[in-house]
Design a protein around this ligand. Structure first.
Ligand SMILES: NC(=O)c1ccc[n+]([C@@H]2O[C@H](COP(=O)([O-])OP(=O)(O)OC[C@H]3O[C@@H](n4cnc5c(N)ncnc54)[C@H](O)[C@@H]3O)[C@@H](O)[C@H]2O)c1
Length: 257
């Protein structure tokens, strides 16, 4: 086990990629606080179509340690409680995974301004809030790690007027915080997934899914576990000298651009 005695927070850890990350971190020995607006995993129409046990139940069922904290990650009070409760429960904080993110389809003409603001606050502002609250504890760890989940959409357009800009900003937020926290020994990186099979894909049409298939060089789409293993790597001792980087995990999506 590569993360024994480490304590992690995973935002958006009830479903999809975040659930995969929480399960893998726990499997590697970490105690995991799962933060989400809902406890029950989302059920999708294309992927993750079967109801599943809540993440923390799954972790505990496998003999691991976990707690669930329900709230909106874009809310500063919730973020403060999340960090405080995690440290109270497990005695420390070593790993922060900022995974929660939303995509609202639309164009410059159709996306409501309120939706633009909401996506910005969940996909970007919340990462600042969690980082701000976590750093005083991460400073005390000799394995301090911050991992932001960005996207292949951090480069190039095509994912709408708010999603793509937030994912680009997340990569640069990781770089900026890496500059700030490097002297403290805390690493900060972004992971950029390609097409991952989660309920988040429900907004796509079958034709758009087929386009995604054609852009993915490897013969399958990604799974939450593919992203989770990259996070385990960055969180483990093997990732201790990697900071300020954006690790693309995309089955080859970006190889041709
Ligand atoms: N699925 C993909 O192909 C893909 C590709 C690139 C990047 N991503 C990114 O990966 C992350 C996870 O995506 P996913 O596909 O697993 O999505 P998902 O919708 O399956 O899961 C997201 C989870 O985040 C939670 N969440 C949403 N808003 C929240 C909030 N305000 N506070 C707390 N929790 C909240 C949801 O309840 C859900 O459990 C997102 O940041 C997404 O942008 C996904």
């Amino acid at each position: 086990m590569r993360l024994q005695r480490r304590v992690a927070i995973v935002t958006g850890g009830s479903s999809g990629i975040g659930r995969g990350i929480a399960l893998e971190l726990a499997r590697e020995g970490a105690a995991v606080a799962v933060a989400d607006i809902r406890e029950t995993p989302k059920v999708g129409r294309y992927y993750e179509t079967e109801p599943r046990r809540p993440t923390v139940e799954e972790i505990q069922g496998a003999g691991g340690r976990g707690i669930f904290l329900q709230g909106d990650i874009a809310c500063e009070d919730f973020v403060q409680q999340l960090v405080a409760r995690t440290v109270e429960e497990f005695g420390a904080l070593d790993i922060l995974v900022n995974n929660a993110g939303v995509h609202v389809p639309g164009t410059s003409q159709t996306l409501a301004v309120a939706d633009w603001d909401r996506v910005l606050s969940i996909n970007l502002r919340a990462l600042f809030l969690t980082t701000r609250a976590a750093v005083p504890h991460l400073k005390q760890s000799s394995h301090g790690r911050i991992i932001h989940i960005s996207s292949v959409n951090h480069r190039g357009g095509g994912a709408g007027p708010v999603y793509a800009p937030t994912k680009a900003a997340v990569v640069n937020l990781a770089r900026d915080t890496a500059v700030e926290l490097g002297p403290l020994g805390i690493t900060v990186n972004a992971v950029c997934p390609g097409f991952i099979e989660t309920a988040n894909q429900d907004y796509l049409t079958p034709e758009q899914i087929e386009e995604g298939r054609q852009r993915t060089l490897l013969p399958r789409f990604g799974t939450p576990r593919d992203i989770a293993r990259a996070c385990v790597f960055l969180a483990s001792d093997d990732g201790s000298w990697i900071t300020g980087s954006a690790l693309v995990v995309d089955g080859g999506w970006m190889a041709t651009v």
